[in-house]
Design a protein around this ligand. Structure first.
Ligand code: NAP
Ligand code: GCO
Length: 266
């Protein structure tokens, strides 16, 4: 390989939030395969234990911590602990996220705030906690897990779309403020990915047919399939590696072509 092209993550420490399973786990697994040391957190001890066992099964010695990413004090303590026990974080993936599918007029302000708190405020909190050490070290990579809803709306996801649209702009702003310190902050916008978060949209109907939303997504995706969490690993490795050192403030949509497509004619 040409020496100017380097996808290796050897010697790098990656913190992936909410990565006991799902998209975060697949991204961390991909990064580990390219040499990174994996650190992850989740909100409950049982999830961390489950995650540690899953990483072990893949031959990965991950470091797992319990931490709620919306709690600024807990996040600051977590980052200090990681620096002491593992080392300075080179790569942060803001992956932890929640969704509440409720029509806007039925949604309480408390539910709206809860989504914004995890999906937008937390990436601000965790990024703020890791950037000072990245500046001191002279480099850093931040990857924010955005969404189709960073660009599009749909019924029932007002809070999620507001948060993910905001996360796209937080991505651009981190790039704008800290690019001069050799920090690259980019987003990944997954399409519709088969994880527990989207399981309700794929439930088989009582008559044995596929969920109407499932059929809609297949028709709306040129690839004619849901994404797998593993589809996100290669793009995440690219954005974490030196191969993307002049890519900054960008959102890479990994959606099987949804955003390019007007949709199948009925
Ligand atoms: P998931 O299966 O629900 O996993 C999300 C993880 O984040 C879970 O382990 C969850 O723990 C954790 N988490 C939630 N709140 C947290 C908090 N306050 N502190 C720490 N951890 C927390 O979701 P996923 O589908 O893998 O999605 C991962 C990310 O990709 C999210 O940001 C999501 O919005 C985004 N995304 C997903 C899709 C998709 O189609 N699946 C598409 C685009 C973007 P619990 O299990 O306790 O909730
Ligand atoms: C929904 C979905 C989504 C996604 C995803 C798409 O209800 O429409 O859950 O919003 O999972 O973020 O990119």
């Amino acid at each position: 390989m040409d020496n100017s092209v380097n996808f290796s993550l050897e010697g790098k420490i990656a913190l992936v939030t909410g990565a006991s399973y799902g998209i975060g786990f697949a991204i961390a697994k991909g990064m580990a395969a390219c040499g990174a040391t994996i650190v992850f957190n989740d909100i409950k001890q049982e999830l961390v234990d489950k995650g540690l066992a899953a990483y072990k099964e893949e031959g990965i010695e991950a470091h797992g911590y319990v931490c709620d990413v919306t709690d600024e004090n807990a996040v600051n303590e977590l980052v200090a602990k990681i620096e002491k026990e593992v080392g300075v974080i080179d790569i942060l993936v803001n992956n932890a996220g929640i969704i509440k599918r409720i029509p806007m007029l039925e949604m309480s302000a408390a539910d709206f705030r809860a989504v914004i708190d995890v999906d937008l405020n937390a990436p601000f909190i965790v990024s703020k906690a890791v950037i000072p050490s990245m500046i001191k070290k002279g480099h850093g990579k931040i990857i924010n897990i955005c969404s189709m809803m960073s660009e599009l709306g749909r019924e029932t996801v007002s809070a999620y779309a507001a948060a993910k649209g905001g996360l796209k702009m937080l991505t651009r702003n981190i790039c704008s403020e800290y690019g001069k310190y050799n920090i690259q902050c980019n987003g990944i916008g997954p399409g519709y990915i088969a994880t527990p978060q989207t399981a309700p949209l794929r439930e088989i109907q009582p008559d044995g047919s596929r969920h109407p939303f499932d059929q809609f997504i297949i028709a709306k995706t040129p690839a004619e399939r849901w994404g797998e969490a593993s589809d996100l690993a290669g793009p995440a490795v690219f954005l974490a590696s030196d191969a993307s050192n002049f890519v900054n403030g960008h959102v890479l949509y990994v959606d099987g072509g949804i955003l390019a497509y007007i949709g199948k004619q009925p």
